[in-house]
Design a protein around this ligand. Structure first.
Ligand code: 5GP
Ligand code: MN
Length: 338
């Protein structure tokens, strides 16, 4: 954040505002953690504040401090619409384009409020009065930590704020191992532990609350894995039938895509997940090295994200989507094998 943005933010927050904080659709640990940490901080400052999620999110995030404050736009539309109508300031966290919030995006588009974006994805849209966008950051939670320091609020980081920020940094860095994890990330995480984040307990809450059916679904996913050695690619499919047979619940497929990258020599891993209710195939892309899945997802599958982690979607059937993927892949053979 530059000095001008910091001073604009300080002056916006020097008067009482009606604040709404919004994460992206299907929020992950970083989205929920950053929203809740900022929510607690702004409330402590005396601001009137709420958090509206575009839709529901997995149970393994619902233990997070102040989770009960989050409103689900799909479930409480009229209350959410009212809050958005009354909003004078809207924070958008962990995304950078209204389309990432589904139908809630229409409300954001029409809002008269000022916007502050805090985000680490590529190619931010231009809707905010203050755009704090930094693709080198490990996570939006790392940025919210910086944001709080920019506002001279370091001493206001409570155990609850630290726990939320720690959770988001942990989930977005694959437990501190992805390329975006810097020495500064570790310094911040160390400070969060000093401020009360209980690292072992947080890890257990997020990763060690598996259900038997989720592990069975993982078995199906791994069995379905297709390895395209000449493209250094591995992909997984999960049909609606397979999901139903294993009592799929939101969040159950989190992390499955990463198994492809644990194969020696594989640089691109993909998972295709059928969602009959929405009539779409949801895709997750992961890469190691220079192959940009952000570009790949943006150019071919209505998505985007980061260089090494992106998402996308297709309105075609699972079979057609996979066929399209296989066809598109041939254009990238050189890039993937070099
Ligand atoms: P995931 O595969 O875990 O859903 O998402 C990986 C990364 O890509 C996350 O940072 C997520 O925010 C981003 N992402 C996921 N789906 C989309 C999408 O449809 N469009 C864009 N622009 N980013 C996405
Ligand atoms: Mn993130």
């Amino acid at each position: 954040m530059n000095l001008e943005d910091i001073s604009t933010t300080k002056s916006l927050l020097s008067i009482p505002q009606n604040i709404v904080i919004v994460p992206h659709k299907n929020p992950d640990g970083d989205a929920i953690g950053s929203c809740l940490a900022l929510y607690i901080f702004l409330k402590e400052m005396g601001q009137n504040c709420s958090v509206i999620s575009p839709n529901d999110y997995p149970k393994f995030l619902k233990w997070m401090p102040q989770n009960e404050a989050i409103l689900n736009y799909e479930k409480s539309q009229s209350k959410c619409k009212q809050l958005l109508d009354d909003a004078t300031l809207i924070f958008t966290l962990d995304f950078n384009d209204f389309s990432r919030t589904g139908t809630l995006g229409n409300e954001l588009q029409q809002s008269k409020a000022e916007f502050i974006m805090i985000d680490h994805h590529q190619q931010p849209s231009d809707y905010a009065k203050v755009t704090y966008s930094d693709v080198s950051m490990s996570s939006t939670c790392e940025m919210v930590y910086n944001f709080i320091l920019f506002l001279d609020g370091g001493d206001k980081i409570t155990k609850s704020i630290a726990t939320n920020l720690y959770t988001g940094i942990m989930t977005d860095t694959g437990s501190f191992k992805y390329r975006s994890t810097s020495s500064q990330t570790h310094r911040i995480v160390a400070d969060l532990i000093d401020k009360g984040a209980e690292n072992m307990e947080i890890h257990q809450q997020v990763f060690d609350t598996n259900s038997p059916s989720r592990l069975h679904l993982l078995g199906v996913a791994l069995k379905n894995m297709v390895i395209l050695k000449e493209f250094r690619t591995a992909y997984i499919t999960l049909s609606q039938e397979e999901l139903d047979a294993n009592h799929f619940k939101k969040g159950d497929t989190e992390g499955f895509v990463n198994y492809g990258l644990t194969l020696e020599g594989i640089v691109l891993a993909v998972i295709f997940i059928e969602n009959k209710e929405e009539g779409i195939i949801k895709m997750s892309f992961r890469s190691v090295g220079d192959f940009s899945v952000n570009e790949f997802a943006r150019n071919h599958f209505n998505g985007g994200g980061h260089t090494n982690a992106a998402g996308g979607r297709s309105d075609e059937s699972l079979e057609k989507t996979v066929a399209k993927f296989n066809a598109v892949l041939t254009e990238y053979k050189n890039q993937l094998s070099s």
